[in-house]
Design a protein around this ligand. Structure first.
Ligand code: HEM
Length: 238
């Protein structure tokens, strides 16, 4: 449902108000997240870490893009359970899920393109046993990344105009539910970095790894879903 309207807006003023609300959902939060994560990644990898300034545009920025993508997807998948647990506070924001989910998906796709462009021995030495040969954990992580993207296609299709009306409520709900698997798969995608999570002495500038922040965000979103389910039973999330 669009913000503030029970049915399609009928006149120009209503359409303008709706488009303004959509723009306010799509621009400030994603832009602020990109900015904060880009600053964090630059401080961690360039200011305190060994990476030269010249690698900010792709290598460092890719970290901001993937972290922002994951945060937006986790937010989109958390709004349903949050609205169940605290309807007065979050119920009115449910419509934002669609936009944060879409932007998260687009940024995850950009992350994949940037990652494939830098997936070599020079940029990602930890992923390789030797030049041109991945370690088993790198292969596993990559497979989970690809599966994360694939399961996100299900809610993406469900959100297309007309799809809801053309499907039974039950199977449309199932299409949406497949997307929730992304939260588990993305944590597995980040498993390549677990070893570094427990060695704070090696964190540049004492800043925790982005993989750790990202995994915690996904686990928090999963925790919220479990809490809502335990409290209200397995019924459909709004
Ligand atoms: C074919 C699919 C994918 C591939 C090949 C891939 C590849 C990679 C690579 C190579 C890294 C390490 C980047 C680095 O250390 O600089 C990484 C990290 C990461 N990926 Fe993916 N990824 C995929 C899908 C996804 C998806 C769908 C998401 C969901 C948002 C995601 C989220 C992340 C996050 C949050 C990180 C940690 C960022 C960092 O610390 O660098 N990835 N991915």
């Amino acid at each position: 449902m669009e913000p503030g309207f029970r049915s399609s807006p009928s006149d120009e003023a209503q359409r303008e108000a709706r488009d303004r609300a959509v723009l306010r959902t799509c621009l400030p939060l994603p832009a602020a997240l990109l900015l904060v994560t880009a600053v964090y990644a630059t401080v961690r990898y360039v200011v305190f870490g060994p990476w030269p300034v010249g690698h900010i545009p792709i290598y460092v920025f890719n970290k901001a893009v993937s972290w922002t993508a994951l945060t937006l997807l986790a937010l989109a998948l958390s709004l349903g359970p949050a609205a169940r647990l605290w309807p007065a506070r979050f119920g009115m924001h449910l419509w934002r899920r669609r936009y944060w989910g879409l932007i998260g998906f687009v940024l995850a796709t950009v992350h994949i393109l940037l990652s494939l462009a830098t997936l070599n021995y020079a940029y990602q030495r930890a992923f390789f046993r030797q030049a041109f040969e991945f370690t088993p954990i790198a292969e596993f992580a990559m497979l989970c990344g690809a599966l994360t993207w694939l399961v996100l296609l299900a809610p993406l299709v469900a959100s297309l105009p007309g799809v809801r009306a053309a499907m039974s409520a039950r199977y449309w709900g199932r299409l949406q539910a497949i997307g929730r698997l992304a939260l588990v798969l993305v944590v597995l995608h980040l498993s390549y970095a677990v070893a570094g999570w427990f060695v704070p002495a090696q964190w540049p500038g004492g800043l925790p790894p982005i993989t750790l922040w990202s995994a915690l965000t996904a686990l928090l979103a999963l925790g919220l879903r479990v809490a809502a389910r335990l409290r209200f039973g397995p019924g459909d999330m709004p």
